[in-house]
Every structure is written in C-alpha cells, then in structure tokens.
Design a protein around this ligand. Structure first.
Ligand SMILES: NC(=O)c1ccc[n+]([C@@H]2O[C@H](COP(=O)([O-])OP(=O)(O)OC[C@H]3O[C@@H](n4cnc5c(N)ncnc54)[C@H](OP(=O)(O)O)[C@@H]3O)[C@@H](O)[C@H]2O)c1
Length: 282
C-alpha cells in the first residue's frame, strides 16, 4: 500500500513523509519540481502540480491507496478525478479552523480552504479533514528574523490567545489516519496542549534561549505597515481581526492528538528546544 504525500517539501508534508518512511511504510512524496526535492531514505519522489495534474499524474498515483492532500489555491477537481481512477481509497485533507470559525470562514483564508473541502466532499472518496490549531512553526515564520536581528519582537495584539501545536503531532495524526482505519472520522480538530497569549509564546522562546525577548506593542496600522509585502493585505487584516477577537478568552484545547497517537500533544517549548538555532543571533 503506497501513500502519496503532496506538499512533501513543506513544513507538515516533509514531517509526514519522514514519519511514514521511518515506520517502513511505502511512501511517495510529491512537489511541483521534484528535481530539488530531498526525501528521507525509502521515500520515492514524484512531480505533481495538484491544480494542473496532467497525464503524468497517473504515474504519480500508480499503486497509491491513500493520499495526504495539501490545501492549494485553485481547482483540485482534475487531481481528485485522477486519484479516483487510480483506485485511491482514502484521503486526508489538511485544512484550517479558518474554514469554519466566525470572522474567518467567509474571508480569503476560509474561502480557499472551504473550496478544497467542497471539491473533496464532491469527489466521493472516503476522507478525513484535519483542522490543526496555530502551528508552532508560525513563531519561526513571524518572529525569527526579528529575534535574530534585534532581540525583540514587535507585534499587535500580544494578548491574543492561540494553542500552539507541534507540527510533528499533526504529522503523526495524519500518518496514523493514513495507515490505520481507527480514527477515520469526517473531521479531526487538533490542538496543542495549552492556550497561550502571543506574548507568552515569545517569552517561551526567550526562556529556551536563556534571554529576555521584550515585546513592543504595535497598533493595528503599524502591524499592517510592518507586514507590507510579506502577506496580501486582506489576509493580514483577517489574521489581525481574529487575534483581536480572541483577547480575553482562552483558545480551544482538546485531546484529539492523544486519542489518535497515544501520547499527549507536545508543549510549544519542546518545538522551540529543537529549533533554537533559528532564533539565535549570529
Ligand atoms: N499556520 C497555521 O497556524 C495553520 C493552522 C491550521 C492550518 N494550516 C494550514 O497549513 C498550511 C501550511 O502548511 P505547511 O506549513 O506545511 O506549508 P508549507 O511549508 O508552506 O508547504 C506548502 C506546500 O504546498 C505545496 N503546494 C502549494 N501549491 C501546490 C500545488 N499547486 N501543487 C502541489 N503542491 C503545492 C508546496 O509544494 P512545492 O514544493 O511544489 O512548492 C509546499 O510543499 C496552511 O496553508 C494552512 O492551509 C496552517
């Protein structure tokens, strides 16, 4: 039984390929350009644009029983039709709580995820949609450069709450679903173990590095200005609105990771401990 992992170069996809390969599971990892794709021993590379699969997709899908689908922007209908023709029986779709949360589901991030979900539901394949909470890797994406260069973080809404989830936990849940039938529900909402204020997420990074990382509070307009060019404005505005709306309430926490993988969700600190070099000053 071969498993196809799309987005195999990505943060979550690469961890999923590694998890499956380490378990001895036949795994194929795809990217739009496979020539530069580095996979662990035992994993087979493949080239695939999910939105433009073309005739070569038949080769990529040959012998594949289950697929991890990355939520791309654009139509996935042709890929799903090719998967059904190739005999794929089950699919795990990565999605986002933005697909259902108030203030998000009808805005750009939610709409992209809902479009892919609708296509998957319409394709008639057995599937599970994964909704991970705030990825611990967001800390690296959003703050690593600032911390490395200034030793500080400037952000808006430091009192916003999130439940950081370790990307390895998301990968392990996906691996379990793809290889075992036990938890194949229509959807699985995954969270980390604790709700944290954004400023406490920064404090945790500092604790691991052994330094204090001051947080400089930005106004909404300053945050929009700071992120100019890094993210399309409607997306940033949505993220800021979501952050503002979360202030004063804990972010949701559940035990889905433990129910599926058998171990408690890893704390944010454990992710920082293995990525401290990303935040250290040169
Ligand atoms: N950030 C959060 O807190 C959060 C929370 C919940 C859910 N999520 C979801 O998680 C996603 C981020 O996952 P990640 O960190 O693993 O992303 P990532 O590291 O940015 O990887 C994205 C992957 O998508 C692939 N991809 C994009 N368009 C493609 C296409 N047309 N055909 C084939 N592959 C394509 C890329 O493949 P190539 O190698 O071909 O470029 C890349 O491997 C978000 O977009 C969101 O959907 C995020």
């Amino acid at each position: 039984m071969t498993i196809l992992v799309t987005g195999a170069r990505g943060n979550l996809g690469s961890r999923l390929v590694a998890t499956l390969a380490a378990a001895g599971c036949p795994v194929r990892g795809s990217a739009r350009d496979a020539t530069t794709l580095r996979l662990p021993a035992g994993a087979e590379p493949a080239e695939l644009d999910i939105t433009d699969p073309g005739p070569a997709a038949a080769d990529t899908l040959r012998g594949v029983e289950a697929v991890f689908l990355y939520p791309v922007i654009g139509s996935v209908d042709a890929f799903l039709a090719a998967a059904a023709t190739a005999g794929v029986r089950y699919l795990v779709l990565l999605s986002s709580p933005a697909a259902y949360e108030a203030g998000e589901f009808d805005r750009p991030i939610g709409l992209v995820h809902r479009a892919v979900e609708r296509a998957v539901a319409g394709a008639g394949l057995e599937h599970t949609v994964l909704y991970p909470s705030w990825l611990a890797t967001n800390a690296q994406r959003d703050w690593a450069d600032q911390i490395r260069t200034t030793g500080r973080v400037a952000m808006a809404y430091g009192d916003a709450t999130v439940t950081p989830i370790h990307p390895d936990d998301v990968a392990q849940v996906a691996a379990d679903l793809l290889t075992r039938g036990t938890h194949r529900a229509r959807m699985q909402i995954l969270t980390g173990p604790r709700s944290l204020h954004l400023r406490d997420v920064v404090t945790t990074v500092g604790d691991v590095l052994g330094v204090e990382i001051p947080v400089d509070d930005l106004t909404r307009d300053q945050a929009l200005e700071q992120a100019k060019g890094r993210m399309p404005r409607p997306i940033l505005e949505t993220l800021l609105d979501v952050a503002a709306a979360s202030i004063g309430q804990a972010a949701p926490v559940n035990n889905t990771v433990e129910r599926i993988t058998g171990h408690p969700a890893r704390p944010f600190r454990s992710w920082v401990e293995t990525h401290r070099a990303d935040f250290e000053r040169n």
